[in-house]
Design a binder for this molecule. Structure first.
Ligand code: ADP
Length: 510
């Protein structure tokens, strides 16, 4: 057994790959969570509140001047947790029409007239709408707290810098109705949101730690689950590589490894079969080579030493044995060429019927005296496009086999039929046939049904594999119909390129 060291492959193991992927995955999840829950939560919340306030303001604008205004203000405030105030501003007097507060702590009441006036002007200057953020009580907050400055409050004038996080998002809408104009003032609390963000930030640290630990445990479990069957199969494959064909691959765990194990089991079974067949072939070929060589040597020596033995019959033995040797060598060469892909078919159009007749004629000389009955039945002249030499070889091999394996009556028939644009050549014999379980195997190289090697009747075991190789090169359909004691019919089909009728059926007897 050829011993070759099995190298251990370099590269990252599944475990580290899994850890890497899991780390990236966890990092992405944490990043997204952090982005949405901590960084962007405030932005999202304010955007949602802005929308709600704008919609509520639209609704109130429709109801301005009607009796339904207070009801609309009330439901808007309660539904969206807002503080809603509506001012009516006339040329001679102004008044607060409604003030509904669903936020807890009336914010509007903390604003001075001056501040309200500034908000009104900002909204007016902004086309009727104005958004801002203001600290509860109207105080300007410290800049480094991260909040906007009180928008209508000059920071330089202010000396009341009281830091507070009780912020409001404020929306002002001014609606002009001729003599009267209205100012809708809405605000919502931001404070619960700030604490939510802080809570989530703290939770985030815990979430990170828990996800990392859970991820690591998952990776280790996954690694065990994935790698165990692979490692086991690798061990078995190493045994197989050393020539142990009894090894069994078991890919327990998941479907992919089970499939891989099945494939490897099949491969090892095939390898062991081929190995056995190859050994048989070498034994058979050595036997087949040695016997004619011994005969040739023996007859040659006799003819050299005994002048009376220098007869044509003895000469014929030497010629026959040489022919057998060259047939064997030819078969081996043909098969190796077919297997290496060196044989590309040269497609030409030729008369197949004529070619079969030509082959039949060659059998005249070979088996004239042995009482064989070889028929050729056809009713059309059919041409095909194929490699003529290769198709002739298929015919020779099939007829040789039929002659080798036919029954006591020595009957062999070659039949040409035509249907659906295809011509079929069938070679039948009356031999002992082939058992169903053997049928798929006979096309394998080296395969012989009769395991006991009998030189006289059995060939090299290469004939059908050469036929298979050639017909597959031609994309031709082929097969065998047979059964034990029923004789065999080997056939192949080729697309016909031309057909012509024959006047009568031709039957040939050799
Ligand atoms: P061989 O040189 O042994 O005939 P082949 O490849 O031509 O090799 O055939 C393979 C096997 O198929 C044969 O050993 C034989 O068992 C079986 N076989 C082939 N042709 C026939 C046939 N016409 N009748 C019965 N068995 C056949």
């Amino acid at each position: 057994m050829r011993s070759r060291k099995i190298k251990n492959a370099n590269g990252i193991s599944i475990r580290w790959k899994l850890i890497l992927y899991m780390t990236v995955f966890v990092a992405i999840i944490l990043l997204v969570t952090w982005l949405f829950q901590v960084v962007l939560l405030d932005t999202f919340f304010r955007a949602v509140k802005r929308n709600e306030m704008q919609e509520a303001a639209d609704h109130l604008t429709e109801k301005l001047g009607s009796e339904e205004l207070s009801m609309a203000a009330y439901s808007s405030a309660v539904d969206h947790s807002l503080c809603v105030t509506v001012f009516e501003l006339g040329s001679d007097h102004s008044e607060m029409l409604i003030n509904v507060d669903a936020t807890g702590g009336s914010f509007t009441a903390t604003l001075s007239f001056e501040q309200l006036g500034k908000l009104y002007e900002k909204a007016l200057g902004n086309g009727g709408d104005y958004f801002t953020r203001i600290a509860f009580g109207g105080f300007e907050v410290e800049e480094n707290e991260g909040f906007e400055k009180f928008p209508f409050y000059d920071a330089t004038e202010s000396n009341s810098k009281i830091p507070t996080k009780n912020m409001r998002t404020v929306y002002v809408r001014v609606v002009d109705r001729g003599d009267i104009s209205y100012m809708i003032l809405m605000n919502a609390r931001l404070q619960p949101l700030d604490s939510t963000v802080r809570t989530l930030g703290t939770q985030f640290v815990w979430i990170t730690a828990i996800i990392l630990v859970a991820g690591l445990i998952t990776v280790l479990l996954l690694y065990r689950k994935i790698s165990t069957p692979i490692v086991q199969m690798n061990d078995s494959a190493k045994l197989l590589a050393r020539g142990n064909y009894d090894v069994v691959f078991s890919g327990k765990g998941y479907r992919e490894t089970k499939e891989l194990a099945d494939t490897l089991n099949y491969a090892s079974h095939e390898l062991s079969r081929l190995d056995r067949l190859q050994k048989e072939l070498i034994a058979n070929i050595s036997h087949d080579l040695r016997t004619p060589l011994t005969m040739i040597k023996g007859y040659g020596e006799v003819m050299r030493d005994l002048p009376g033995e220098n007869t044509p019959e003895n000469m014929q033995v030497i010629i026959d044995e040489t022919a057998r040797l060259s047939a064997l060598v030819d078969d081996l060469l043909d098969l190796s060429k077919l297997q290496s892909g060196a044989n590309t078919p040269v497609m030409t159009e030729f008369n197949l019927t004529e070619a079969v007749r030509e082959v039949m004629v060659r059998y005249d000389a070979l088996i004239k005296h042995r009482g064989y009955l070889v028929e050729f039945v056809c009713s059309q002249e059919v041409s095909v496009c194929a490699d003529r030499g290769m198709i002739l070889q298929v015919l020779y091999n099939l007829i040789n086999n039929a002659i080798n394996y036919t029954g006591e009556d020595k009957w062999v028939s070659v039949e040409q039929t035509f249907a659906n644009g295809r011509v079929r050549i069938s070679v039948s014999d009356t031999g002992k046939g082939i058992a169903p379980e053997e049928m798929p195997l006979i096309w394998d190289r080296y395969y012989k049904v009769d395991k006991v090697h009998k030189r006289a009747t059995v060939g090299t075991g290469l004939g059908l594999s050469i036929i298979k190789g050639i017909l597959e090169l031609h994309d031709a359909a082929y097969g065998v119909n047979s059964g034990v004691s029923k004789g065999s019919v080997f056939w192949f089909e080729l697309p016909a390129t031309r057909i012509a009728s024959l006047p009568t059926e031709i039957t040939k007897e050799i």
